[in-house]
Design a protein around this ligand. Structure first.
Ligand code: CA
Length: 230
């Protein structure tokens, strides 16, 4: 069986070495880059299954690397930052990272996040044939295409899965914890706020591309639901 490839981008050698050891111990084929430029060229060569990306990097920084990767790739991506305030910045910029982790973190926690993200993308490939239709929304899981009305919407892999999860059961209210379990995976150990962040990004994109703002409703004190009619 082919090994799962993970690209780690980190300019602090000690952390990089530690992560490499942990990832290899877990059976991943591990590639490392110490600056943003190297990360982009290695990404193009290796086509990794997952990327762990430090925010502060020499040459091209992590934000720019993330932005450029997202232009052509839906690869699962975990952003690593040195401070909580940076997490807010990253979230605010809606760059399409699937998960965030603040330093210092335990390698064990990172491995759990890696597993959860990979599990999610495997679940996705198991439902390839599926077509979802609800109200003005059409989704082709095989082609990773989303249309609202006749207009295409460009989403990251995680946003796609989140929308698919809600749209499979129009009107049903999902709590944040349910969405974490269904979309991020049962073993996800992160902050439930990530759900709000990705719902926010999803809404912004649907509205920007199609002008429709009512598809995903917030149900106060409970969670979110997909609404098929205005
Ligand atoms: Ca750094």
């Amino acid at each position: 069986m082919e090994k799962i490839k993970v690209l780690v981008v980190e300019d602090e050698r000690k952390i990089l070495e530690l992560l490499r050891l942990y990832l290899q111990k877990e059976g991943y084929e591990t590639y490392t880059a110490t600056d943003g430029e190297m990360a982009l060229s290695l990404f193009a060569q290796v086509k990794p299954d997952l990327v762990i990306l430090d925010l502060m990097l020499p040459r091209v920084d992590g934000l720019e690397v993330c932005r450029r990767l997202r232009q052509s790739s839906q690869v699962p991506l975990i952003m690593v930052t040195a401070k909580d305030e940076e997490v807010d910045k990253v979230i605010g910029l809606s760059l399409g990272a699937d998960d965030y982790l603040t330093k210092p973190f335990s390698p064990r926690e990172l491995m759990a996040r890696v597993k959860a993200l990979l599990r999610r993308s495997r679940l996705w490939s198991a439902t390839l044939e599926e077509e979802i239709e609800a109200g003005p929304l059409r989704m082709s899981v095989a082609r990773r295409e989303v249309f609202v009305g006749e207009k295409p919407v460009n989403l990251t892999a995680l946003e796609f899965d989140l929308l698919a999860c809600l749209a499979r059961s129009p009107g049903r209210v999902f709590s944040r914890d349910q969405l974490l379990g269904l979309v991020w995976g049962e073993n996800y150990v992160g902050d439930p706020r990530v759900v709000d962040v990705h719902i926010g990004n999803l809404r912004k994109k649907v509205q920007a591309d199609c002008g429709i703002a009512w598809l995903i409703r917030t149900v106060r004190d409970v969670g979110y639901k997909f609404q098929a009619d205005a």
